[in-house]
Ligand binder design. Structure first.
Ligand code: IMP
Ligand code: MG
Length: 180
């Protein structure tokens, strides 16, 4: 029988199992390792809360000297994006002249990443790219290039592996899709 879970009022069915997520992360890390070989100490900037699990697994596969830091943005309520992104919280690092890789859990409409990229570019980094676990190309409305994504998914609401439904489900090791 299909694996199902319930969080509050919603039921979710298994969508992307752990092993498949791990393989996609390893493949993505391989590309990043290739592209950043020989570059001066890149900084991975994780976007909390959702990216914590992806960041942990991605970083274990990164094979060059790098630094890590985290920032926070909040834009989502329930299962629909509010389209309003609050200020970037907690950029403590001087990123001027540095190679930055922003680590996200998911890029959906792109509101959050667009906002974040604009504020980062203002600090004049040498380069800034996005690495996201999941990308919803059909929902994406912005022009910021999403250079690195582990998995591309349809426009359905999902939870698990760091992603939440009203703060629940972040601890799930597989990814689950909402049932209508
Ligand atoms: P965007 O600004 O529309 O691209 O959405 C950005 C944020 O909304 C992500 O970083 C997630 O925190 C959240 N989000 C978007 N889609 C989903 C989803 O399917 N499940 C859970 N959270 C999501
Ligand atoms: Mg997020």
């Amino acid at each position: 029988m299909e694996k199902q879970i319930t969080l509050k009022d919603k039921t979710f069915g298994l969508s992307i199992p752990y092993e498949q997520i791990q393989k996609a992360i390893r493949d993505l890390a391989g590309r990043i390792n290739e592209d950043y070989k020989g570059k001066e100490t890149p900084l991975f900037l994780g976007v909390l809360n959702g990216s914590f699990m992806f960041m942990a697994d991605l970083m274990k596969e990164v094979d060059f000297d790098c630094e890590m830091s985290f920032v926070k943005l909040v834009s989502y309520r329930g299962t629909k994006s509010t389209g309003k992104v609050s200020e970037l919280i907690g950029l403590q690092d001087n990123i001027m002249g540095r190679h930055i890789i922003v680590v996200e859990d998911i890029v959906d409409t792109g509101e959050s990443i667009d906002h974040l990229m604009r504020s980062l570019v203002g600090h004049e980094p040498a380069s800034v790219e996005v690495a996201t676990l999941l990308f919803k190309p059909d929902a994406y409305k912005k022009d910021v290039p999403i250079k690195y994504y582990a998995l591309s998914i349809p426009n359905d609401f999902i939870v698990g592996f760091g992603l939440d439904y009203d703060q629940l489900g972040r601890n799930l090791k597989d990814i689950y899709k909402i049932k209508e």
